[in-house]
Ligand binder design. Structure first.
Ligand code: FAD
Length: 195
């Protein structure tokens, strides 16, 4: 097993945050390895490619990423304009992933992170051990990737959030209706009794 300092920093997720994190690592002389579950960088943003963002380009690029992109001939989009999700991918995220080159893998889903060789039974010297990132690749193939550190940039799934919000709203509406039924029956009974 290599020493932790010889291992890459694994970044889970090649969205805007993961790619920017990787660019910052490169800027600091550290080696990133970006694992992306989807078929390409920016997989989550690609799902809403047709939607126009409410932020301008000035707010959507990262300085370390721009530094990495500069030698590739990348042209910074007009700062005051509003891209679609598709523009964000094509004009920034995809070129950034290309600039990171072999420091990224697609179709690689991080499924767990642990200290290598340490668990509930063997715990000694945990801090000195590298991280073992459990990765599910094509066809469900499982492997472990060792890392000196791990950055979770796997984002937040708007679909799960929306589903959770709808369930909470439905529950609140049910409780409100149940409470109204209970108290209207009580008020009606009090009126009948002349109170
Ligand atoms: C319709 C819409 C409009 C928006 N407009 C704006 C805007 O105008 N301005 C703004 O600032 N923000 C906007 N946002 C929010 C913005 O898209 C998010 O804040 C941003 O994408 C977060 O970046 P991220 O890298 O953290 O996560 P994501 O973009 O979600 O990227 C996470 C990446 O990690 C990958 N991944 C997930 N799990 C794993 C795993 N286990 N292993 C490996 N890879 C994994 C995903 O496939 C994905 O590529 C908008 C969002 C939506 C949905």
């Amino acid at each position: 097993m290599p020493e932790p300092a010889e291992l890459p920093v694994v970044v889970i997720g090649a969205g805007p945050v993961g790619l920017a994190a990787a660019a910052h690592l490169v800027d600091r002389g550290l080696e990133p390895l970006v694992l992306e579950a989807g078929p390409a960088a920016g997989a989550a943003v690609r799902e809403w490619a047709h939607v126009r963002l409410f932020s301008t380009w000035a707010e959507l690029t990262d300085p370390a990423a721009e530094k990495l992109l500069a030698p590739t001939g990348w042209v910074r989009p007009d700062a005051g304009t509003y891209p679609t999700g598709g523009d964000w991918v094509e004009r920034y995220l995809r070129p950034l992933a290309d600039a990171l080159g072999g420091r990224g893998r697609t179709g690689a889903r991080g499924t767990g992170v642990a200290r290598a060789g340490r668990g509930r039974v063997v715990d000694a010297d945990r801090e000195a051990q590298p991280f073992a990132v459990h990765v599910e690749g094509a066809g469900g193939r499982e492997e472990r990737v060792y890392a000196r550190a791990v950055i979770d940039a796997s984002g937040f799934n708007i679909m799960y959030f929306t589903a959770a919000a709808l369930v909470a709203l439905a529950l609140a509406a049910y409780l409100a209706a149940a409470s109204e039924k209970k108290y209207s029956a009580k008020i009606a009974a009090e009126r009948r009794n002349g109170r």
